[in-house]
Design a protein around this ligand. Structure first.
Ligand code: GLU
Length: 305
């Protein structure tokens, strides 16, 4: 397969869409990000990469961090975790309060904001005060890269303006689904959302999910193959908020988006992919990123179906 050619074709075809999306301006620190960017990195299991655009450029990974925190929490708590968070698509916006009240403070899945906040609370129970350091250590280990850190400006911006996330955590606390101090948990949540990584680093970090939970390069086992299956299944069904069905329908791969404009996707036993383009669609997913992945699976015939 001539992946370089495929990437070049995709880059040409997405050009008219680069102006269409809207950057995540509800996070003030992200509102000046240049919209017309397109970067894509394919990472094969043997470490070979195929790239287009500036794959070293770092961006805010936002909700993609939820794949890492869920992985760690699943490793620590196993099935017990599903007492606090479900594994069903929500069909609602990523930061919706409505369903949460109706369902007694138990979020539908670990990839919507409420669910990820519950996961952060569980990690805080396990790690106490150095929970963010432990999360960052884990991401550095999974990415095999000690240079990954968070962006303080994005973190402070979310802390100052994240009223909805404060509302979500307080509502869950009222239902006894948050054990720790709400400020401590939300600070840890905002910190892991504000981690910066490049497309190359993110696609590298996701390789373990394309290889049944084991890093194919370092051979470190991060989760069992059965847990890797669950993580991929949740990415397929819940990785794009209320556009998860649409993403599965058009792309046909497990994936996870973040409002920073990144999307990661997994082709089991073959590669992990990261695409970055900060203009978002109405559901908060990268508009061009989604289209690029659709074009990729259509042109190559590579999908899980
Ligand atoms: N930090 C963002 C928020 O809580 C994450 C949302 C996302 O990337 O989808 O609003």
């Amino acid at each position: 397969m001539n992946y370089n050619l495929v990437l070049e074709e995709i880059q040409k075809e997405i050009q008219p869409l680069l102006k269409v999306g809207k950057v995540a301006d509800y996070i003030p620190a992200l509102k000046n990000v240049k919209k017309e960017q397109f970067v894509m990195c394919l990472h094969l299991l043997d470490g070979t990469t195929y790239t287009i655009g500036n794959v070293e450029n770092k961006f805010s990974i936002q909700s993609i961090s939820k794949v890492f925190t869920f992985t760690k929490a699943l490793e620590i708590y196993g099935k017990e975790l599903y007492k606090n968070v479900g594994h069903e698509p929500s069909g609602n916006a990523f930061n919706s309060l409505v369903q949460l009240e109706h369902e007694n403070g138990i979020p539908r899945n670990p990839f919507i904001n409420a669910g990820a906040i519950v996961i952060t609370d569980l990690l805080r129970s396990a790690y106490k005060n150095n929970s963010f350091d432990k999360i960052l250590d884990f991401i550095q280990e999974i990415a095999d890269n000690k240079n990954i850190s968070y962006d303080k400006e994005v973190y402070c911006s979310e802390l100052e303006s994240g009223y909805r996330n404060f509302a979500l955590i307080n509502m869950m606390k009222s239902f006894n689904n948050i054990s720790n101090n709400v400020d401590d948990v939300i600070e840890t949540y905002f910190k892991h959302c504000s981690i910066s990584m490049s497309t190359r680093e993110l696609s590298r970090a996701m390789l373990f999910l394309a290889n049944q939970g084991t890093d194919p390069l370092t051979k470190k086992v991060f989760v069992s193959s059965s847990k890797a299956k669950r993580i991929n299944a949740l990415m397929l069904t819940c990785g794009h908020y209320d556009a998860s069905g649409d993403f599965a329908f058009h792309v046909g791969l497990p994936g996870k988006s973040g409002v920073g404009g990144g999307i990661v996707a997994i082709i089991p036993n073959l590669m992990s992919i990261c695409v970055y383009s900060p203009g978002l669609n109405a559901q908060g997913n990268s508009l061009v990123g989604t289209k690029a992945l659709e074009l990729f699976t259509s042109k190559t015939g590579l999908s899980i179906f």
